[in-house]
Design a protein around this ligand. Sequence first.
Ligand code: SF4
Ligand code: SF4
Length: 223
Amino acid sequence: MIISQQKPFEEILEALGDQEKVYLVGCGECATMTESGGENEIADMKTRLEAAGKTVLGNDVAHATCHELDMKRIFRQSKDAAKETDAFIVFSCGAGTQSVREATDKHVIPGTNTLFLGNVKRNLQYEEKCSLCGECVLDEYGSICPVTRCAKGILNGPCGGTNNGQCEVDPDKPCAWVLIHNQLKKEDRIDQFMKIQGPKRWNAVERPGRLDARDKDEEKGAA
Ligand code: SF4
Ligand code: SF4
């Protein structure tokens, strides 16, 4: 899921400036799980903004704020409040905030910072294990991603700074290359560890990314 964290309240107030009428938007998916923009956080933010003298004209928690057509539908249903509001404050990832951007010409303020694509370790604890490189090479590395989990992103490691199995850059984290070594050993594929990997194609996804998955369906249909 996409991991986001609410911005400090003072920062949100500063972004609002003297704008008074606000509309809050949360997200029922990732921001609910991370408690940065679910029903509870939106209710809490409404209380705090009202105590700071703001008027909250509307508040919605979309099913998934990154769904642009859904955001437009929500604002059509609340069109009076959406028309009257000075600013929308969005508590989702940056993609969700830009969905709201597509649905209104008003001032749109991100209420969160978007951090990374995260695995859930346990409730409210997340770790980044994939950085969306567009050409997955996990099988070469015992399905432990050196691009993301090695602090230097080394594809032929380790770097030489490993200390008792921990990373020299952040001693609180295990060295990804020790994990890769141990995993390949468990799989009886340790030869793979000694293989020199060629350069990676860093432009596998052109940014900004775009995908029309319907193209694939057409190909299948033609086959
Ligand atoms: S190689 Fe790593 S960063 Fe790239 S897609 Fe696979 S897990 Fe993600
Ligand atoms: S110690 Fe390990 S994880 Fe840290 S930078 Fe070196 S190879 Fe990468």
